[in-house]
Design a binder for this molecule. Sequence first.
Ligand code: HEC
Length: 253
Amino acid sequence: MKKLFALIAAIIPAVAMAAGGGNIHLDEHRTDLHDTASLQRGAQTYMNYCMGCHSLEHARYNRIARDLDIPEELMMDNLVFDTDKKFGALATIAMQTEDSKKWFGATPPDLTLVARVRRPDWLYTYLRSFYEDPSRPWGVNNVVFKDVGMPHVLADLQGRQLKGTAPVAVGFDTLTGQEITEEHEGVLYLEEQGSLSPEEYDKLVYDLVNFMVYVAEPIAVERERLGWWVLLFLAIFFIPVYMLNKEYWRDIK
Ligand code: HEC
């Protein structure tokens, strides 16, 4: 028993650290891989805004199109910008790592598996946490990725986000029903709105992260579906196994 407690005590901090990733608050991403429309919008955003620098080299266009219900023609005309690419090609890009290292100080990594390494909550927060910082080469920094080498490629959509002292909603006045705000330091606030409202921008990033979770494990929905059949099989199989077991032990007991 003591050993068991010791084992649990040893595991808990490791799990907490793996899940927490420091003490920065991450906004929750409620991933929904069944929402095909959201995945399609996410794919569109990815191909338009991310693919220039980040490949998806473990994914094929035809597989993405099939899983996301995108007809071949639509996919090739609107989402595959590299005209040399065939429908069955891997989603690689032409950017050379030596060049990108020079331009950004860091090579933009392949993002096929990033949702498994970084987790959806982190991605969802990361893409909404760029803020202006004139001391950085691209004029932006990021709350969850300090001194990031990536420019804020969605800035036109989100607008100008700053970090500083701003009012934060802390609750409601029970008498008047009005919001109570307090000035907090080091919070992000929108100085100037981009072409999307804050809600629309969150939605766009939500769809984008949904797509990145899909691409990190395209079989996830199928696996879940199969899982139910496996459980059903085990439940039915249990009956003959149970009876057989009884039969074997009948004369021994
Ligand atoms: C202009 C090139 C460029 C574009 C376009 C771009 N990125 Fe990046 N991205 C980078 C670079 C460079 C890094 C590496 C930053 C570093 O290590 O400091 C990076 C890093 C990242 C990381 C962190 C990866 C990790 O685990 O370290 C994520 C996630 C990411 N980008 C997502 C995106 C998404 C999503 C888009 C599209 C909305 C996008 N990027 C568009 C250049 C780009």
